[in-house]
Design a protein around this ligand. Sequence first.
Ligand code: HEM
Ligand SMILES: [Ca+2]
Ligand SMILES: [Ca+2]
Length: 311
Amino acid sequence: DQMETNYEGLSYSYYEKTCPKVEEIVRSSLSSMFILDPTSPAALLRLMFHDCQVQGCDASILIEPSGDHQFTELDSAKNFGIRKRDLIGAIKSSLEMECPQQVSCSDVIILAAREAVALSGGPLIAVPLGRKDSLTTPGKHVADSELPPATADVDATLNLFAAKGMTVEESVAIMGAHTLGVTHCNNVLSRFDNANATYENMDPRFETFLRVVCPEFSPYSQTAKVTFVVNDQTSLVFDSAYYDDSMAGRGTLRIDSEIGADPRTRPFVEAFAADNDRFFNAFSSAFVKLSSYKVLTGNEGVIRSVCDKVD
Ligand code: HEM
Ligand SMILES: [Ca+2]
Ligand SMILES: [Ca+2]
């Protein structure tokens, strides 16, 4: 039976006895939070990626500085724009009332990300559970080296996802996460840098638009950190518009633009733009691979009672 199968030590029926309502509680908490702020699904989806990419999916990204760890992974500039970590803590509090000390913060991050996708119109992804939380935060330097730069190209991106067992099709599908949310101007300015040759596959009208929204102030200026562009035409809806934009030279980041042009990735961009089911299926299998990356199970980790503290 597929539902009993273990995946990287995780299980599709992990909380069946210990917290049978876990998925329901996460969903109902988030649906009211998303009404209060419709941009939060994007934040929670990115939070999952940035947690999993640094030391695996272990809720390390939630840890606040204290005592002997004054600098956390959140101090890395590559975590700029990470927001809504407090929502995970709020969901965790509700879960502690229903089933104390049962559900890990790392599973809450994954469940929140998959509800973010589903409640935005994307697929409802079946995710295996049973992750444990780390007792350590890897610190700023690990985050600096593990997270991709805003200027990542196709080679770097395919390598990053191949390391998680993804095919090229799945790698193109997981980039479809950029169907939601925003990119701040400080991450856009490198696209005007000739040395990076990132003009490739940029519609001149789109370039004009980017230059109007993000004039050439320093990427370190306060203005560049508060101004932003949306990641696709429908940035609150999980759909395939991202791929239409990519093919048309309207990709916001270098990678968003280049996957629509590179001969290795273009065929999948075209396929996903034309066939929503194919995008959703490939995204779902990629999501399970990303969210199972370097997980702690059994005695390898703990269930934190408060997500931002390792005490
Ligand atoms: C090479 C791969 C990737 C690169 C270089 C990249 C880079 C970025 C950058 C620079 C931003 C803008 C942050 C800001 O300015 O606030 C962003 C936003 C975002 N990314 Fe990625 N990303 C990658 C892969 C992913 C993956 C795998 C996911 C999720 C599965 C993801 C989900 C998101 C989301 C949802 C946003 C919008 C966040 C918001 O609105 O708060 N990204 N990404
Ligand atoms: Ca982590
Ligand atoms: Ca969209």
